[in-house]
Design a protein around this ligand. Structure first.
Ligand SMILES: [Zn+2]
Length: 287
């Protein structure tokens, strides 16, 4: 069964740990993350971008696959199926298809329009018993072709959006999507503390979790971050493991070309990455 993120993130915030959002791209990704969450007895958020949903043949295919997998793998930990960086139309479609949580990313609208559209999505989500994440101040880097430039959110705008009734708030604090550049200035903890003060007890989200040093992650959690998005890191570890398998010529030995064998090292690499993150975020044994 899928659950909304509200209760799990409330517990995370109170318990001073964070729940990882791991983006999925296909069956292997989903299976690897679900099995690791169960093994670690950790709640888990499966993130799906609109591009990934399109790749997997639409929101309904994704929702049905995840629900069936939770059942067939006997997953007992809380699983949240979350639309990542949803557009206005995408959020509505994901709610209709059975997602248990949606992010409405209205950060590219002006604050007035962001508020109006966020309100509409909240009303629709509440009617369906699911949670809503909103974003204030674009997160830099690139996600599905949407490029931003490492902004820092205005705490007053964060409060405006938080007060609309969203369940989770993403605010830019200098974090970016993808690999961090060598000259990255780091997270802005002063702004994070101000946002936390203005919006408490709202669970806050840290996007672009790949490549942020562990001490900064821990400090962010201590300051109110309860959800951390991890995407690129699983992609990098998957690619490196499959590359190694092929470079060692294993696909040429026996039935090594069988996709179930060829992709197996990638699946194991995702599992290791997810487990490492769950340990860092403190979510193990919190299910
Ligand atoms: Zn993001």
């Amino acid at each position: 069964m899928l659950v909304s993120a509200t209760e799990a993130l409330k517990k995370a915030k109170e318990g001073k740990y964070a729940i990882g959002q791991f983006n999925i791209n296909n069956l292997e990704w989903t299976k690897a993350i679900l099995l690791t969450a169960e093994e670690c007895k950790s709640p888990v958020i499966l993130g799906v971008s609109e591009g990934a949903a399109k790749y997997m043949c639409g929101f309904k295919t994704v929702a049905d696959m995840v629900k069936a997998m939770v059942e067939s793998l006997n997953i007992t930990v809380p699983v949240i199926l979350h639309l990542d960086h949803g557009s206005y139309d995408g959020a509505k479609a994901a709610i209709g298809a059975g997602f248990s949580s949606v992010m409405f990313d209205g950060s590219h609208y002006g604050i007035e329009e962001n508020i109006e559209k966020t309100k509409e999505i909240i009303a629709l989500a509440k009617a369906n018993g699911i949670s809503v994440e909103a974003e204030v101040g674009a997160i830099g880097g690139e996600e599905d072709g949407v490029v931003g430039s490492g902004e820092v959110a205005d705490p007053a705008e964060c409060k405006l959006i938080a007060d609309l009734g969203v369940d989770i708030l993403a605010a830019g604090i200098g974090n970016i999507h993808g690999k961090y550049p060598a000259n990255w200035a780091g997270l802005n903890f002063d702004v994070l503390a101000e946002i936390e003060k203005a919006t408490s007890p709202m669970p806050l989200v840290l996007h672009g979790g790949t490549g942020i040093p562990t001490d900064m992650i821990k400090k962010a959690i201590s300051l109110g971050v309860s959800k951390i998005n991890v995407n690129t890191e699983c992609q990098l570890s998957f690619a490196a493991a499959v590359r190694k398998y092929i470079e060692e010529g294993k696909d040429l030995e026996g039935k090594g070309f069988d996709p179930r064998k060829l992709l197996a090292p990638g699946v194991e690499a995702i599992k290791a990455t997810v487990k490492e993150k769950m340990e860092l975020f403190g979510s193990i044994n919190k299910a």
